[in-house]
Ligand binder design. Structure first.
Ligand code: FDA
Length: 318
């Protein structure tokens, strides 16, 4: 109930207008977000790299509603790619298709993604398309297939969400060519017709898809993680049980630790990030930055009620 309310608020314009004006909201957001400028993001990436973590950078923004904004977001994505190259960062890029025009016009989005991938391929930088709400999944998979044919699996990869009934099948199909997958539980408000309502089912499906990724890695050749290029398997969860399952299943299948990457959000479960790194697994941190932090912050509040109490206690102390 609380999760559903927060996920609704994450997309409500009236709530965004109200909350982004509060200093306390930024204080909470800054637990997860690197800052509002690219310079702040670059500084955090350097610090994480120094500690042994890889990164994927995300310039916050989604559901762009006009062409000029979508083109501006595309130009900014290319600037990030150039910053990764110029500053020699161990990082890739994550983008949302709705940020670069998918919510307006598919052809515009395709053109913008093509420009981003041209720049990424030039410098050998990997671009991950984040997965958004379920109305975007077919369009995302279609555009991915098109771009993969031109740019190959070393330049572009996908995210699959275990809360969707369809994802297990999608995983089986899309990994046949070695497509790199980030597996997540899913962060949007979805109806029971498309997504498991019960957390236990989402978790069980996560483990089943993990097995699919392991099989695909064995079949297509087990690629090791590198600073700019993740392996086929990227387990993106802060859940001890999901992490433990993936480690055991990969070990049982004979995979080496460098072929299974763990990914976590900046500021969440630092203890787990550190311990996986110490065990010899590649760990990539998702580092968001920018002024469009409101929906990202509210989705993080929805994931964990304790974050909400942190928010409210800060509000009361104003
Ligand atoms: P779960 O929510 O069960 O949490 C397990 C434990 O992790 C909690 O008990 C708590 O200890 C900790 N935890 C989780 N969330 C926390 C939070 N916000 N604050 C503090 N502690 C927290 N989703 C999506 O739909 N599309 C996408 O493209 C992506 N991309 C993405 C990239 C990366 C690198 C990650 C890690 C996650 C995503 N997600 C995503 C988000 C994902 O779908 C999911 O909402 C969150 O990862 C939370 O789910 P967990 O798997 O961590 O489990």
């Amino acid at each position: 109930m609380l999760r559903a309310l927060l996920l609704y608020l994450s997309q409500a314009q009236w709530a965004r207008n109200m909350v982004t004006g509060w200093r306390v909201a930024w204080r909470v957001a800054s637990r997860f977000v690197a800052g509002e400028t690219l310079e702040e993001a670059v500084a955090l990436v350097k610090e994480l790299n120094r500690r042994g973590f890889y990164v994927t950078l995300d310039h916050l923004g989604e559901y762009t509603s006009n062409e000029a904004e979508a083109v501006r977001s595309t130009d900014e994505a290319i600037e990030i790619i150039e910053a990764i190259e110029n500053e020699d960062l161990q990082s890739g890029l994550s983008i949302k298709l709705s940020q670069i025009g998918m919510a307006i016009d598919e052809a515009l989005c395709e053109n913008n993604l093509h420009r981003i991938l041209m720049a990424a391929q030039k410098y050998g930088i990997f671009v991950r398309i984040d997965m958004e709400d379920s109305t975007y999944v077919d369009r995302t998979l279609d555009l991915y297939q098109k771009m993969r044919q031109s740019f190959g699996i070393d330049t572009i990869g996908l995210v699959l969400q275990s809360y969707l009934y369809r994802s297990l099948k999608d995983a089986e199909q899309v990994t046949q060519d070695g497509t790199r997958i980030r597996l997540v539980k899913g962060a949007y408000k979805e109806p029971g017709e498309v997504a498991f309502p019960e957390k236990a089912d989402v978790d069980a499906e996560f483990d089943r898809i993990t097995e699919v990724l392991i099989k695909a890695a064995l079949k297509t050749g087990c690629v090791e993680a590198g600073p700019k290029l993740p392996p086929l398997i990227a387990i993106a969860s802060h859940d001890d049980l999901r992490v433990r399952y993936a480690k055991a299943a990969a070990e049982k299948a004979g995979l080496t630790r460098r072929t299974v990457e763990f990914q976590m959000l900046n500021g969440i479960r630092r203890d787990l990030q550190d311990s996986l790194l110490a065990e010899g697994y590649p760990v990539r941190i998702y580092v968001p930055w920018g002024s469009e932090w409101y929906p990202y912050m509210v989705r993080r509040l929805a994931e964990r009620p304790a974050n909400l109490w942190f928010f409210i206690s800060n509000l009361l102390r104003r």
